[in-house]
Design a protein around this ligand. Structure first.
Ligand code: UN1
Length: 504
């Protein structure tokens, strides 16, 4: 077996990012790499008492940070973005080591962090409230957006740095401290991000408790969800996780922002440019080895072109270069762990029961590095049932055919999840129908673009079991602030709204 010195490379990245050496090297949380499948070294998990203190310090920092002018808060995020850009390679190294992403995708994920910092810096001068005309003479009506409080971020292994930054960059300019519970599968990525933010905070004189990191498992996430000092819990992960976190936060009337499972479909119409569609869908279905929440899991293709599209996809899947994700030209990295392949095998094993057929893929690939690689699978199903209704976090693309467009739309929406979707068509009316109120019921709906790889400028998230939250761009910042509606009377007399007379 070829060996790459992953532990050495991880240590070098951590060092260049300025991570305190006391935080890694030994500890009860094992940092692992899906490339080798082996443990790298231990990382110190955060004991519950310390986690409590981290939340307490963030809560204390809020008193100062909420009164720091928003453009000054923006200068902290500006510095964070500069530091991320200067350390892009080291952060991308950690993403590849811990999440197994190919080089281009790891660099892209770090670019996504830089982009959201840029957006948040601009936002720091644009946290606009409105002024509304008052119905009363001598009165003014306005709304303001104020900082909300501590934001708890729970993130998943598959975007181990970008999802934190979507939340942290926006929350910090909104005046909120951030406490982060990353996936226990990617603690090194979290240590790297935390070190850069701490350095930016020290340089800008921000209060020390403003950023907190809690390393641990599910119980660490539950502590954030249950703590009344945490105003907003922004959680990214499985629908199962959301079913636990959402009600816990709601039980104490906290706010939650949930970005949960997807089961994303693309419709390919007879008028589609098939080469464009296939290239786009190969990235959406097999990119990140099918481990994005935006990964394409279903293809709804017109019956007249189904065989041609399936043949092109199968050929592309067979050709995808698999191997060391650091190596040039490799497009297929490892699954996060053997359990992911087990889940994939179980889904494929149920295909026959659903009356379907595995066209290709699903088998393990031995690339000689020790981790778990699989050939992406293409599955034809006679109807949308069984495995096509659940999110299996692995590269499986279920193919369904349609005859008329209404049927395609109905299939597109007939799953419990509602994150992302797309249509490939040259027919303007079909495209508009797809985007209409009776069209795609997903939070992200694309035309001639497949399901993954959204830009940060738009709001990111989805409906139904995806949880309804929106992060990142557009007006997603409003979730991180509280609104006050203010009525100001400068008339010198009492004037009641709705014409009420209370003079007696
Ligand atoms: C996720 O998988 O949780 O749209 C986030 C995309 C990326 C983000 C995915 N920009 O695929």
């Amino acid at each position: 077996m070829t060996t790459i010195d992953l532990a050495g490379r991880a240590r070098a990245a951590l060092e260049s990012l300025g991570v305190d050496p006391a935080r890694y090297g030994s500890g009860d949380l094992m940092a692992r790499s899906p490339i080798s499948g082996a443990g790298l070294f231990g990382v110190r998990a955060t004991p519950p008492a310390e986690a409590d203190a981290v939340i307490g310090a963030a809560h204390a920092a809020f008193a100062e940070w909420r009164l720091t002018p928003a453009p000054v808060r923006g200068s902290l995020v500006k510095r964070l973005g500069e530091l991320i850009a200067a350390h892009k390679e080291a952060l991308a190294d950690l993403v590849t080591i811990e999440a197994g992403k190919i080089r281009s995708e790891a660099l892209g994920e770090v670019q996504e962090m830089i982009d959201i910092c840029d957006l948040a810096v601009g936002l720091s001068r644009q946290l606009y409230g409105r002024t509304m005309p008052s119905e009363r003479p001598g009165h003014r009506l306005q709304e303001q957006w104020h900082p909300l409080g501590v934001v708890g971020v729970i993130s998943a292994f598959n975007f181990p740095v970008a999802v934190w930054s979507w939340n942290a960059a926006v929350a910090l300019v909104c005046g909120d401290p951030v406490v982060w519970k990353p996936s226990e599968l990617t603690p090194l990525c979290a240590l790297g991000c935390d070190a850069l933010l701490r350095r930016a905070m020290a340089e800008r004189g921000a209060p020390a408790g403003l950023a907190g990191l809690i390393l641990g498992g599910r119980e660490a996430g539950a502590a954030l969800a249950d703590d009344p000092r945490v105003a907003l819990v922004s959680a990214t992960g499985s629908t199962r996780m959301g079913r636990d976190v959402g009600p816990r936060v709601a039980a104490r009337f906290g706010r939650s922002l949930l970005e949960l499972g997807g089961n994303n479909a693309v419709i390919v119409a007879p008028s589609a440019d098939l080469d464009l569609a296939v290239h786009s869908m190969v990235f959406a279905a097999a990119g990140t080895a099918g481990q994005r929440c935006t990964s394409q899991r279903r293809l709804i293709v017109h019956e007249s072109i189904a065989d041609a599209v399936v043949a092109k996809l199968a050929a592309a899947f067979e050709r995808l270069p698999a191997g060391d994700p650091f190596a040039d030209g490799v497009l297929l990295g490892p699954l996060i762990n053997p359990a992911a392949h087990e889940a994939m095998r179980a889904a494929l094993a149920s295909v026959a029961d659903a009356g379907g057929e595995v066209v290709c893929g699903g088998e393990a690939l031995d690339v000689g590095l020790g981790g778990t690689w699989v050939r992406p699978a293409l599955v034809r199903l006679p109807r949308q049932s069984g495995p096509a209704l659940i999110e299996t976090f692995a590269p499986i693309l279920y193919v369904l055919t349609y005859t008329d467009f209404d049927e395609a739309l109905a299939l597109h929406n007939a799953v419990p999840q509602g994150l992302s979707g797309g249509i490939f068509t040259s027919d303007a009316a079909e495209a508009e129908r797809y985007l209409s109120p009776a069209g795609a019921d997903t939070g992200i709906a694309n035309v001639n673009v497949a399901t993954s790889g959204a830009e940060i400028g738009g709001a990111f998230g989805g409906e139904k079991e995806t949880g309804g939250g929106r992060e990142s761009g557009s007006d997603a910042w409003k979730a991180y602030m509280r609104r006050t509606t203010n009525t100001i009377n400068y008339s010198g007399t009492v004037r009641l709204a709705q014409g009420v007379d209370f003079t007696g």
